[in-house]
Design a protein around this ligand. Sequence first.
Ligand SMILES: NC(=O)c1ccc[n+]([C@@H]2O[C@H](COP(=O)([O-])OP(=O)(O)OC[C@H]3O[C@@H](n4cnc5c(N)ncnc54)[C@H](O)[C@@H]3O)[C@@H](O)[C@H]2O)c1
Length: 329
Amino acid sequence: MELDKIGEYVKEVQDGGTLAVITEDRVAPLYLDRCLRSLRAAGFRTAEMVLPAGEATKNGGQYLDLLEFCAEVPLTRTDGIVALGGGMVGDLAGFTAATFLRGIRVIQVPTTLLAAVDSSVGGKTAIDLPAGKNLAGAFHQPALVVQDPSLLDSLPEDIFRDGMAEVIKYGIIADLDLFSELGDPAWVRAHIGTVIDRCVSIKKSFVEADEFDRGLRHMLNFGHTIGHAVEQLSRFTISHGSAVAIGMARMAEISAAQSWCSEEDRDRIRALLRVWGFDLAVPYPKEAVFRALCADKKRENGGLSLVTLDRIGACRIRPLPLEEVEALL
Ligand SMILES: NC(=O)c1ccc[n+]([C@@H]2O[C@H](COP(=O)([O-])OP(=O)(O)OC[C@H]3O[C@@H](n4cnc5c(N)ncnc54)[C@H](O)[C@@H]3O)[C@@H](O)[C@H]2O)c1
C-alpha cells in the first residue's frame, strides 16, 4: 500500500465526509502533507491535529483536548479519524475514536515497525494514567490499516530495533521459518514488507480467536510479563523492545531449565536477540522483578499466566500460582 493513495483506500470504507488526521510533530513534517493531499484529492474534507511526539502525550488531558477538537471540526458518526504515527498516536487517536460519539471509524497508518506489526492491528486502544501505562482503554477495531513499509525508511535505528523485538516474538510463538530468516538483518531490511505481512497475519489469527484478550491472545505476551517488570523498574529508561528482548531471553531460559523446551532452542533465541544488538542481562535483582510482576495489571486471582516455550514456533500459556512464579525466577 502507498500513503499517496490513502484517499483511494479510504473510499472503500467511507463514503465522503470528513477525516481528522491526528499525528505528532516528528511524523508531521515527513508525511502529513502527502496524507492530506491524497485524502482531499479523493474528495474528503480534512482537519488535522499535530501533537508533541513521545509517550508523555498519551495522557488524559491530551485525550480530552482531542475529544474537544473532534467536536469543533465537527466530526459526525459517519466521519473518521486517521491515526498517522507510531503506537503512541495509534493508541491515543484510537481511544479518541473509540469514545467520541460512542465510537467513530478509525484508520490506522503505522509509521514505526512496532505500530506496523503490533499496535495498529488488533483493536486495543489506550491512554496512560499517572498510576500506570495503558490503564484506560477500549477495544476498537480499525476500519482500515494502511501499511506502507516505505514510511519506516526514516526511522532511527534504535526505534526500528525496538520493533524487531516484536517481530522476533512472532517467530518464536508461531513461525519457525520466519524466525530462521530473521538472523540476517540485511535480508530483513530488504524484505520488510513481507516480514510485516507475516507478523500481521499471525497477530490476526490470535485476535480472531480471542478478540477481547480472555485466553489465547495472551500468547502475544511472550516475554512481556518480565519485559513490563523490567521496563517499570527502569522507570521507562529501558525501551519497550529492549525490555521485551530481556523478557523473551529469560522465558527461554526458564523453559529450558524446566525441560519445557530444548537448550538448543533457548540458545538460538538468545543468539538471534544478540544479532539484533539486544543486551540480555536482567539489570535488577530477581526479588525486585518478582515484586514488579506482582503489580502487573494482567495478574489473575492469586496467580500469573506465563507464556512459556515448547519449541521455536510453539508456546503455551501456563497459569501459575505466585509462589511457583517466584521459584521459576
Ligand atoms: N495497542 C496495542 O496493541 C499496542 C501494542 C504495543 C504497543 N502499544 C503502544 O505503542 C506505543 C509505542 O509505540 P512506538 O514504539 O511506535 O512509539 P512512538 O509512537 O512513541 O514512536 C517512537 C518514536 O519514533 C518516532 N517516529 C514515529 N514514526 C517515525 C518515522 N516514520 N520516522 C521517524 N521517526 C518516527 C516518534 O516520533 C517517536 O519519537 C506505546 O504507547 C505502547 O503502549 C500498543
